[in-house]
Design a protein. Structure first.
Length: 131
């Protein structure tokens, strides 16, 4: 592969290196205590959102297994419909697992990071309730 931009056949190496550099800078900036804090926030926020989604009529958690920051929601309608409706409200609903297996058409993969606020999560739950 040529390195120079005008002769390059792909930029995957550059993209991977950029992602690795960004992750390294972020993790070094956080430090040991910061990494633990981020992990705890991800865990708490994902469980907060999952519990509130499970309270919305028609929605439930698909798996009962422990999770860290990603969980699967069973929807009363195809996940693609949920994603589209929430997109209209400028909310990213998650990943439609039906794209990978037709039997999973009503399953939505939701991920929560430390960057989500309680207000954002409450708006997400409210939007689900309005479907």
């Amino acid at each position: 592969q040529h390195i120079r931009r005008e002769r390059a056949t792909s930029n995957i190496c550059t993209n991977q290196a950029l992602n690795a550099l960004a992750a390294t800078v972020y993790l070094s900036w956080l430090g040991k205590k910061g990494i633990r804090e981020v992990a705890e926030q991800c865990l708490q926020k994902s469980h907060y959102l999952a519990n509130h989604i499970a309270d919305v009529p028609g929605f439930s958690l698909h798996f009962k297994a422990p999770f860290f920051k990603e969980f699967t929601v069973e929807c009363p309608v195809p996940a693609a419909n949920v994603i589209q409706r929430l997109k209209e409200k400028r909310i990213f609903a998650g990943l439609d697992l039906g794209r990978y297996n037709p039997e999973w058409k009503n399953l939505l993969l939701v991920a929560v990071t430390e960057k989500r606020t309680r207000q954002e999560m409450d708006e997400y739950v409210k939007a689900l309730g309005e479907l």
